[in-house]
Every structure is written in structure tokens, then in C-alpha cells.
Design a protein around this ligand. Structure first.
Ligand SMILES: *[C@@H]1O[C@H](CO)[C@@H](O)[C@H](O)[C@H]1NC(C)=O
Ligand SMILES: *[C@@H]1O[C@H](CO)[C@@H](O)[C@H](O)[C@H]1NC(C)=O
Length: 321
């Protein structure tokens, strides 16, 4: 039989199966989903995160190799520009124009020109699997995930380990996490400390896809403020599986928004993005590209950016009265 015909039969069978049985949503019924629902009541797991959880089960990075390069085909600005201390790679490669914007641009009708590059897909490992695989032993990681020690991928894995190992500065709290459960737990702990269990936490992610967003003007169609004046950003790092770098600086206020954007060119995508504005940039590296881009300086005007693919933002919910 012709392969296409076989393919069509499979598609027909699986789609009729879907109708009869109902197609479960990604991550439904997984321990990660159960944990999420308990830890973040009222916050549905963002679809991009649910997809990565499901992928970590169906196509485990222990058996399938996912690219780990960080050569610019990854989301350079998104993955590194949040690193306000150095942003080493943004300086090497030049952060994407339009990646940063000002608070005054966060309003309906405002137009922002930017791109998100294709992002690397690092599936999230189930918590029990993540607990068993090595994280901070380079040689062990390379062997477990079949990475050639002399490859560029190996150097990137080493870079990620260094970023995770370096001590925080200037009142920053930081941690690297290897499962969704640990990410949520760490973010909540950073936000709430211990002993404020009555305070509710929310989480949000941009609805971008891993193939990115084309460079073009986007007009803001709606802006919804997200609760809180301090936020924890969790950024996915280049690694054989989903590793998050979560951080916040408690002394530095932030403001977060859900922003609905529509591409201005015909057929361009509409997308809901999470934006974060940093009100106090006084501990940022003066050579950070955001300052040049926005003609400002450390401690100057607030600097805003969108959360990149698969990154998460956490905040405290306003007390419900
Ligand atoms: C890993 O990175 C550290 C810190 O940047 C460096 O000193 C070390 O030589 C690197 N190791 C390998 C095997 O590349
Ligand atoms: C910004 O943060 C620095 C360091 O924590 C602090 O000294 C400064 O007063 C803050 N600036 C404002 C405007 O709050």
C-alpha cells in the first residue's frame, strides 16, 4: 500500500477514536497536573507548559534527543536577556530590536515591532524521573543524554550549569529547578516565604509557539494588569530537558500585564503575551542592551519585556474580599 494511504487510514482511525473516546487535553491526569491544580487553584496550566509536560512523557528526552544549541536559532533574547546582571550572550549576538519597551507603550492602540525567534523545545521531565537523573554533574549529564562531550551542545550544557551555580548578587533570589513541581514550589516560596499559606499565587505564560513570531509591528488590542508588585520569573534554559532558572529581587518592584497583540500585516497572528516591567533597574549591568535600546540607564525609566516561549511568571493574588 502507498505510505500516504496508510497514513490517511491511521489519521482516520485516530480521529474517529478521538470522537468516540474524547481526546484528553495535554497533561490531563498526570501527577504534574494534579500538583499544579492543588498549588495554583484557579490558574489553569498554560497550554505551552501542558504540551511540554505531555511531551516529556510521550517522547522522553531520555530516549529522544532534542537539540540543545544556543547559537541564535534558539530564542537568544528570550532566553538570555532577562539575565540583567550580564546578558553576556545578548551582547555577543545583539539582542533583538524591539525586545524591550517602555511602560508608556503598554496601552491599547500602541504598536510594538518585535520578533520572537524559533525556540528550543526542552520537554519537562516527570518529577520522579527528574529526581533520578543527574543535574549538576556535567560528564554524567552528557552520558545520560547522549551528548558528545566535544560538541557545541556540551558547551551549552556546561554554560547552563555555570549560570545555575553562580551565586546571586544584589539581593536577588535564584534557583534552578528540574521539574514543574519544583519550579512551582520554588516560585511560591520566593514570593511568599514560609508561613503565609493563606496567600494565593497565580502563574502565567505567553501563548507563543515554539516556532516564534515573525518580525513585524504588533498593535496592542487589550491590556489586563496581573496582580502583585513583585514577581518571580522562571526562564527555561538550554539543556537536554526542561530546566528553569527562577529568580526575583524582593527589593525591586515589578508590574505585570497580560497583553493581547495583533500582527499588523495581513494574516499575521494574534497572540496573548505576558509582559513584565522592572521599576528599579539600578542593579542591572550598565552595558545591558535594554538601556541602549530605550535610551535609558540603570535606575532610569522602567524597562519592560515579554516573557518568551515556555517561560513562566508567578505573582501573588490580591486578597479576595
Ligand atoms: C565549563 O564551564 C566552566 C565555567 O565557565 C569552565 O571553567 C570549564 O572549563 C567548562 N568545562 C568544560 C568541560 O567545558
Ligand atoms: C532602587 O534599588 C536600589 C538598590 O536596592 C535602592 O538603593 C534605590 O533606592 C532604589 N530606587 C528607588 C527609586 O526606589
Amino acid at each position: 500500500m502507498h505510505p500516504l494511504i496508510i497514513h490517511l487510514i491511521i489519521v482516520a482511525v485516530s480521529s474517529s477514536g478521538a470522537i468516540v473516546l474524547g481526546h484528553p487535553a495535554p497533561a490531563d491526569g498526570t501527577p504534574a497536573m494534579r500538583f499544579w491544580e492543588q498549588a495554583l487553584p484557579g490558574t489553569p496550566m498554560p497550554a505551552v507548559i501542558a504540551d511540554l509536560v505531555q511531551k516529556g512523557i510521550d517522547h522522553s528526552p531520555l530516549t529522544e534527543h532534542y537539540p540543545i544549541n544556543d547559537d541564535g536559532t534558539g530564542d537568544t533574547a528570550g532566553n538570555n536577556a532577562w539575565n540583567w546582571r550580564s546578558c553576556r550572550r545578548c551582547q555577543q549576538k545583539g539582542a533583538d530590536k524591539g525586545f524591550y519597551f517602555l511602560m508608556t507603550q503598554v496601552r491599547v492602540g500602541s504598536t510594538l515591532t518585535f520578533t520572537f525567534r524559533r525556540a528550543l523545545i526542552a520537554p519537562i521531565l516527570p518529577h520522579d524521573v527528574a529526581a533520578k537523573v543527574p543535574f549538576d554533574d556535567l560528564a554524567n549529564v552528557l552520558t545520560t543524554f547522549h551528548v558528545d562531550p566535544s560538541s557545541a551542545e556540551a558547551a551549552t550544557v556546561n554554560d547552563t550549569l555555570s549560570v545555575c551555580q553562580v551565586s546571586p548578587v544584589d539581593g536577588e533570589k535564584k534557583v534552578c529547578t528540574t521539574s514543574l513541581e519544583d519550579t512551582v514550589k520554588s516560585a511560591k516560596q520566593m514570593l511568599l516565604g514560609t508561613g503565609s499559606s493563606g496567600v494565593m499565587t497565580w502563574a502565567a505564560a505567553s501563548a507563543t509557539r515554539s516556532n516564534g513570531l515573525p518580525l513585524q509591528p504588533y498593535v496592542i488590542q487589550a491590556v489586563a494588569p496581573l496582580d502583585g508588585d513583585r514577581h518571580v520569573g522562571c526562564h527555561i534554559l538550554p539543556y537536554p530537558y526542561g530546566v528553569y532558572y527562577c529568580h526575583m529581587t524582593p527589593a525591586m518592584p515589578t508590574k505585570a500585564y497580560m497583553v493581547s497583540l495583533q500582527g499588523v500585516s495581513g494574516g499575521a497572528p494574534a497572540v496573548d503575551m505576558v509582559a513584565i516591567c522592572h521599576f528599579n533597574t539600578s542593579n542591572w549591568d550598565p552595558s545591558h542592551p535594554a538601556f541602549q535600546m530605550l535610551h535609558t540607564h540603570p535606575g532610569g525609566k522602567p524597562v519592560c519585556h515579554f516573557m518568551a516561549y515556555a517561560n513562566m511568571l508567578f505573582g501573588k493574588k490580591k486578597a479576595e474580599i
